[in-house]
Design a binder for this molecule. Structure first.
Ligand SMILES: Nc1nc2c(c(=O)[nH]1)N[C@H]1C(S)=C(S)[C@@H](COP(=O)(O)O)O[C@H]1N2
Ligand SMILES: [Mo]
Length: 324
């Protein structure tokens, strides 16, 4: 068998991911015959079988929901077929083409834990939560740190409505969110290379900003597994990796969370990760973005175009890496 190790300059733009350094390392391990140590990916056949048998989503009857017209786009909505087949979800693959593999994700029963600095820790089932929360649709731009973008009609509810229900104590400064961990239904988690589970965090001011949105649907349907069913975050003024998928735990804390990507590569990924076209990633520019499905490159907007809603959150913060 011929194994070709890709050189950095041979990696096409679509693979200029935050993780391309790690791809190179993986390729090297594979070439050394140590690929089994990595144990990523289940292969296409089992994934397709899982797709055929995935249970239907019991929340389907809730959608479509009424659009909140406050949030408007400067570009067409990305084709649903594209945004649901070009994904980042490392629990399933480090390639974009993971929608079939993600059908292994079992989305019921699905229980959320709320713990840490709250009046009373609790758990709540996703369907009980859906009954209580004010569902609406919002059109948001979605900008990955890899410099591609989409425009998506998400359905869900403001994170601040969830925070109000959770009743955090006044000393809570951050909200830490955690993805499920179960290598049996997420083969990517068999890789010891990544610091599972996926974790993300926001300050309480960010979490209670109007824009922060918990997503349970998209394009008028329940959110598909590959996009983070049954519940994922969307913070459109930040790079996409902040938008943690398939959340199982919300922890209120006075300690700043250290996220998955930060643990892996803190020289490139930090806590804030706000979109700024003038601050390049260490390995590429953030000045423009590839608008998926259009063949077009557009200048990237400061705060991804959401400055009127969020710029003030950062007024008092000096000397921190707000944009990486
Ligand atoms: N649990 C988890 N959440 C995640 C990721 C992931 O690998 N695992 N990838 C992040 C990244 S890098 C991006 S760009 C977005 C992608 O969301 P989408 O596939 O719905 O476009 O999800 C984010 N949330
Ligand atoms: Mo991303």
């Amino acid at each position: 068998m011929l194994i070709k190790i890709k050189q950095g300059w041979e990696i096409p733009e679509s693979r200029a991911t935050p993780e391309s350094v790690f791809h190179n390392r993986r390729d090297l391990l594979k070439a050394m015959g140590m690929g089994s140590l990595l144990a990523v990916g289940s292969g296409a056949a089992p994934a397709l079988a899982a797709a055929a048998t995935a249970d239907p989503d019991p929340s389907a009857g809730l959608y479509p929901v009424k659009r909140n017209e406050t949030y408007t786009l400067d570009r067409p909505i990305t084709d649903e077929k594209l945004s649901t087949t070009y994904n980042n979800f490392y629990e399933y693959s480090d390639d974009k083409d993971l929608a079939d593999a993600a059908q292994q994700l079992k989305i019921r029963p699905w229980t959320l834990a709320i713990d840490g600095m709250v009046e009373k820790p609790m758990t709540i089932g996703i369907d009980d939560l859906l009954k209580q929360m004010p569902l609406e649709e919002r059109l948001y731009r979605h900008r990955c740190v890899e410099a591609w973008s989409m425009a998506v009609p998400w359905s869900g509810f403001p994170l601040k409505a969830f925070v109000a229900m959770a009743k955090p104590l006044s000393g809570a400064k951050y909200l830490q969110m955690t993805t499920f961990q179960d290598p049996k239904m997420a083969p990517g988690q068999k890789s010891f290379f990544y610091p599972w589970p996926y974790i993300e965090g926001l300050t309480m001011e960010e979490a209670t900003n109007d824009l922060a949105f918990l997503v349970t649907g998209m394009y008028g349907h329940p959110v598909p597994r590959q996009d983070g069913a049954p519940l994922r975050l969307v913070t459109p003024w930040k790079y996409g990796f902040k938008s943690i998928k398939s959340i199982v735990k919300f922890s209120f804390t006075d300690k700043r969370p250290v996220s998955f990507w930060q643990k892996l590569q803190s020289s490139e990924y930090g806590f804030w990760a706000n979109v700024n076209p003038e601050v390049p990633h260490p390995r590429w520019s953030q000045a423009t973005e590839r608008v998926l499905g259009t063949g077009e490159r557009k200048p990237t907007l400061m705060w991804n175009g959401y400055g009127e809603h969020v710029a003030h959150l950062y007024d008092g913060i000096k000397g921190e890496r707000l944009f990486t």
